[in-house]
Design a protein around this ligand. Structure first.
Ligand SMILES: C[S@@+](CC[C@H](N)C(=O)[O-])C[C@H]1O[C@@H](n2cnc3c(N)ncnc32)[C@H](O)[C@@H]1O
Length: 243
């Protein structure tokens, strides 16, 4: 698996690890109508990146990171295992941004470091997956590359306003079967409407799902090893087209 150098936050369903497996963007602009941690755009941070995200916490963190300077990130505190983010005088978005690094691949930010964080290394020299010295440096380097990105705290349909000019559309919604864990979950999405909309994008379209989804004629992309206890394997699928 490629080493991930630009990463905003650890997130359930993030494409950071497998972003190199998707087709490369052929346009100057990348649009992610379901942003999450924007793992695909992170592989091409120099592009014009436009993000849409319905969840206010995620949109808030994205906006905070886009507007931060590297020194702002380096000034964020490292939180020892016996403290929590509320012990520090920080804006809410900074607490959330740190909180996503307090445990691995979560839907929601944590307040305290998970016990796995100090399993392999001693605080504050934690692995990159947890909020420690290395992770903070990588995040500072990341924000240095994304100041020109734009995020809208709006639903995917509103990204229609960018369809005049050809762009690379990376469309990664909550999955029709597994996407119930997000606060803005699959139950609010009409996949027939979304499928039709995906076929009317101007430019390059890349749509993500997992095996079994039928709202577009998806093809296998790669196998994924799950995270956590069961480590269930899954097959990621893709629908792509250039118009
Ligand atoms: C599968 S995740 C995206 C993961 C992302 N590609 C990454 O690499 O981290 C789906 C995201 O869509 C967001 N979402 C759900 N409903 C939405 C909507 N109606 N409009 C925009 N975003 C939505 C969720 O909050 C979640 O962050």
């Amino acid at each position: 698996m490629a080493k991930v150098e630009t990463v905003l936050f650890g997130f359930f369903g993030s494409k950071a690890r497998i972003a190199p497996k998707y087709p490369k963007p052929i346009h100057d602009t990348i649009i992610e109508p379901f942003a999450g941690a924007a793992g695909y755009a992170c592989l091409y941070p120099h592009k014009q990146v436009i993000l849409y995200e319905k969840d206010e916490i995620i949109a808030g963190v994205l906006d905070f990171l886009i507007k931060s300077e590297p020194e702002d990130i380096m000034n964020l505190p490292l939180i020892p295992p016996d403290k929590n983010v509320d012990d520090y005088d920080l804006c809410q978005e900074a607490k959330w941004a740190i909180g996503y690094w307090m445990a691995s691949a979560k839907q929601n930010p944590n307040k305290r470091l998970s016990k796995w964080a100090t399993e392999k290394r001693e605080w504050p020299n934690l692995t990159m997956n947890f909020w420690g010295t290395d992770c903070r440096i990588r995040l500072a380097k990341t924000v240095a590359k994304i100041g020109h990105w734009k995020v809208y705290h709006e639903s995917w349909e509103n990204s229609e306003r960018h369809n005049d000019t050809p762009a690379t559309w990376f469309i990664d919604p909550p999955y029709i079967k597994e996407g119930k864990w997000y606060r803005k979950s699959n139950k609010f999405i009409n996949y027939d409407d979304l499928g039709e909309w995906c076929q009317t994008r101007n430019g390059q379209t890349i749509v993500c799902e997992s095996k079994g989804a039928e709202w577009l004629p998806f093809e296998d992309l790669c196998e994924l090893k799950g995270i956590g206890k069961g480590r269930k394997r899954s097959t990621e699928v893709i629908w792509t087209r250039n118009s």
